[in-house]
Design a protein around this ligand. Structure first.
Ligand code: KQY
Length: 369
C-alpha cells in the first residue's frame, strides 16, 4: 500500500537504531565483480554477522534464486532465508528506511520510506551501471511484511543518514550535496526533505566522510554515529600524516560547535580507525573486473572504520579487522559507550570492507511497534 503525504505530516518519524527492533534484513553477497573469489569469503562473513544478530533479534536473509540453497546451508536454521533478486547486497542503502508513528490517539504504526536510488552516483559516477533490481528492494521487503510504503523521488541511501530518535539527523555534505545525487536540490531543500521524511527538526552536516570511502561519497555511517541522544562516536586517527586526520579533526571541530535539536552540546567519543588498510594484489586478482562496476585496484586504501557497527536488541555487532591493537580498543570504547549492550566483535570484516562497506551497510533494522 502506498501512503500519500510526507511521513512527518502523517505523524511518522525514524526511530534511533537502539530502539527495539522486530527484525533485521540482510542481502546475500554474490556478484563476482564486487566480492572476490565469487563471494565465497564474504558469504562466510555475512553468515557470521547474520548469525550473531540472530541471537538478539529475528533475521531474514534475502538471496537470489541461484544462491538460495547455498545461503540456506551456510546460515543457522533460526534465520529465515527468502528468495529475492537484487544487483548487490547493501540493504542499508537499498532497503526501506523504516519510520514509526506512536501517537497517543491511534494504534502504533510502522511504514517504510522507499528512497530513489542511483547506485551511489548514477551512470557517470556510481558503482554499477544497472541498478534496476536494487530499485525494487525496499518495495519487495515492504510487500513481504505488508507494511505501507512512502515512495520518494529524492536520491538517498540509508547509509548517508543517522538519527538520534529525538529530532536530530547527522549526515555529510560530501554525500548528500554531491551533484551525482540530487543536482536540482539546494542544501535547504534537502534539509526540508529530511525533515519531512524522517520527522527530524535539525540536521548536523559534517563536511566529509571517511577518507577512501569513494564508493559512497562519504556516507555518515562510516564516519560518525549517535551512541545515544547527545553523544556521538567519531572515526578518529592520532596519525597527523594520515589523510584521515584532517577529515576527523574538521568533523571534531564542527561537532564541538553545534547543538542538537534539543539544544544539547554533543559529547564526542573518538573511535580510532584500524590500519591503514589497503587492498592487496591477491585480493584484487580475485575480482572479475568486467566493466559494469568501478575498477577495484590493488593498493587502494580501504574505507575501514569501527563506527560502521549495527545496534541489535541488546547488542552491538562490531567489525574486527585483525588489527589487534585497534580491534581491542574499539571493543573497549564501545562497551563503555553502550553499557547495557553486549558488544560482539565479528572477525573477518575486512571481506565486507573490500566490497565497499561494512556491517551497518549490509543490515537494515525494522522497528518493533
Ligand atoms: O553502503 C555502502 N557502503 C555500499 C557501498 C557500495 C559498494 C559497491 N561496491
Amino acid at each position: 500500500m502506498e501512503l500519500n503525504g510526507t511521513p512527518a505530516s502523517l505523524g511518522f518519524h525514524m526511530p534511533a537504531e537502539w530502539e527495539p527492533h522486530s527484525h533485521c534484513w540482510i542481502g546475500w553477497p554474490e556478484r563476482p565483480d564486487n566480492w572476490r573469489d565469487k563471494a565465497v569469503h564474504s558469504q562466510h562473513v555475512f553468515a557470521r554477522v547474520a548469525s550473531a544478530i540472530s541471537k538478539f533479534e529475528p533475521v531474514t536473509v534475502c538471496a537470489s534464486s541461484s544462491q538460495w540453497k547455498n545461503a540456506r546451508s551456510l546460515l543457522p536454521s533460526n534465520i529465515r532465508v527468502v528468495e529475492m533478486s537484487f544487483n548487490d547486497s547493501w540493504f542499508r542503502d537499498t532497503g526501506p528506511t523504516f519510520v514509526v508513528s506512536r501517537r497517543s490517539d491511534t494504534e502504533p504504526k510502522v511504514a517504510g520510506i522507499d528512497w530513489n536510488f542511483n547506485s551511489w552516483g548514477g551512470l557517470d559516477d556510481g558503482c554499477y551501471h544497472d541498478w534496476s533490481l536494487d530499485l525494487l528492494v525496499a518495495k519487495k521487503i515492504l510487500e513481504i511484511e505488508t507494511i505501507p510504503r512512502f515512495p520518494q523521488t529524492v536520491v538517498l541511501e540509508g547509509g548517508s543518514i543517522h538519527v538520534d530518535g529525538e529530532g536530530t539527523c547527522l549526515t555529510t555534505e560530501e554525500c548528500l550535496l554531491n551533484k551525482n545525487r540530487n543536482p536540482g536540490l539546494s542544501k535547504i531543500q534537502i534539509e526540508d526533505k529530511l525533515k519531512a521524511c524522517l520527522g527530524v527538526r535539525k540536521i548536523i552536516w559534517l563536511p566529509r566522510g571517511l577518507y577512501g570511502d569513494d564508493d559512497t561519497n562519504g556516507h555518515i555511517d562510516n564516519m560518525c554515529c549517535f551512541a545515544r541522544p547527545g553523544v556521538v562516536l567519531l572515526s578518529w586517527t592520532d596519525d597527523e600524516t594520515d589523510p584521515q586526520y584532517e577529515r576527523s579533526a574538521e568533523a571534531y571541530s564542527l561537532l564541538s560547535s553545534v547543538t542538537d535539536a534539543n539544544g544539547r552540546k554533543l559529547e564526542i567519543i573518538k573511535l580510532h580507525i584500524p590500519g591503514p588498510l589497503y587492498m592487496t594484489k591477491e585480493e584484487a586478482a580475485g575480482l572479475i573486473q568486467d566493466g559494469d562496476g568501478k575498477p577495484r585496484l590493488p593498493g587502494t586504501r580501504l574505507a575501514a572504520s569501527y563506527v560502521n557497527f549495527y545496534i541489535a536488541n541488546g547488542a552491538v555487532i562490531v567489525p574486527q579487522f585483525g588489527d589487534k591493537k585497534w580491534d581491542d580498543e574499539a571493543l573497549q570504547v564501545l562497551s563503555k559507550a553502550f553499557p547495557h549492550h553486549e558488544v560482539v566483535g565479528i572477525e573477518g570484516a575486512r571481506e565486507i570492507v573490500l566490497g565497499g562497506g561494512n556491517i551497518h551497510c549490509i543490515t537494515q533494522q525494522q522497528p518493533a511497534i
